[in-house]
Design a protein around this ligand. Sequence first.
Ligand code: SAH
Ligand code: SF4
Ligand code: F3S
Length: 440
Amino acid sequence: MKKLYIETLGCQMNKSDSERIAGILSHFDYVETQDEKEADLLIINTCSIRQLSSDKAYSQLGVWGKRKKIKPDIKIGICGCVAQQDKEKIKIRAPYVDLIFGTHNIYELPDLIKKIENGEKVCAIRDKAVVCDQNEYKILRKDSVNAWIPIIEGCNNFCTYCIVPFTRGRERSRKPEEILKEAQNIINNGYKEITLLGQNVDSYGKDLKDENTSLADLLRKLNKLDGDFRIRFVTSYPSDITDDLIDAVDECKKVCKYFHIPMQSGNSRILKEMNRRYTKEEYYNIVGKIRKRFPLVTITSDFIAGFPGETEEEFQDTLNSIEELELDYSNTAAYSPRIYTKAAKMTDKFIPEDIKYERLERLNEKNKQACLKSNQKFVGKILRVLIENKTEKDGKIILNSRADNNKIVHFEDNSKSVGDFADVKITKAQTWCLYGEPVE
Ligand code: SAH
Ligand code: SF4
Ligand code: F3S
């Protein structure tokens, strides 16, 4: 048995990939360890969404490179979006790395691992993914309650700031039968939540010409599977949310009434510059439609501060949108130029760093207020939650749970444990979480 340590940066897709990588390597006698010091093979699964994320990858490689000088037998690998993007550059910056593989090469690992074990250095970066059945290998899932299923990978949107189309390639949907098989396995193994993943999850099926299927169809099929579990899907592209999808979410009891729909900016000119395919008004319409249909729904978003050319007034539109739309939570970031992208070439319009970060601070403050306001809406309401883990505080056991609408809820109940569903009456709201008591 050899020991494997994987460090995962970035989004849920990367986390899900790491579970698949560990699963494939388990067929070759690798067991995962949480202690990197005892690992024979160290892998970093990287993210390049912003400069800071890329930098993290290289600094971790640097640390492991030093360790390899003392322990030359350890093998070092790098994969994920930085590997895909930087290809040959890694060989120059970190020549001690044994294995470089891209986001399209995960299912070639059985071959790659043999090569590095024979002392070869390997760099495997494909430009296009090879379609394969992911059910052939084990998946070593980190969580015992929630399980991720990537249903569509890649992105065709080419938002002008974003590296993802370059690191993840064009959209590829997995076949519905393959997804249903993975879902059935997950349920048989006692998981209580399935999260369907995609950079653009509501594009699901568009590339499967002979299947004529959509995310709405897939939700209806998954909803029919027997068992006590719930279903989520992330991330939605605003203008790809169809009425049929909203109907499906409504019809399907197991599907959570929760939408993550990044808006990116509250200003239509900036949205156009970003190559987002909707205006501020169209985004408002979608949110309005969803809120009307589902009274307890939560809608979360992502925003970028300081996109090239953004004026103070245009930035104000973003702050106003968070308030007007009563967004329940938003991820925020300062614009970071990414190689290959269109916006990175708009250097004459770059916003000075101090202004960008000052805007980010105001954005965060607005998000904080919006989140507290959203949480306060739920005081007195009963939410159905799934218990994710428990902690001990002052001698009491606190159950940490997540409501169907994705709100974090803490409560005490000695009759329940991790993986149970419960109805909880919300008694107190804080900025980032809710407190409640079990409903008898
Ligand atoms: N597919 C999703 C987003 C995936 S990337 C969508 O279309 O919305 C996750 C988030 O990172 C984005 O929503 C965006 O807010 C942020 N992001 C992407 N590129 C960025 C960049 N160059 N600088 C700052 N933030 C960025
Ligand atoms: Fe990036 Fe836009 Fe694709 Fe989202 S939709 S992954 S922001 S290019
Ligand atoms: Fe990062 Fe790649 Fe995900 S760039 S956000 S790990 S798709």
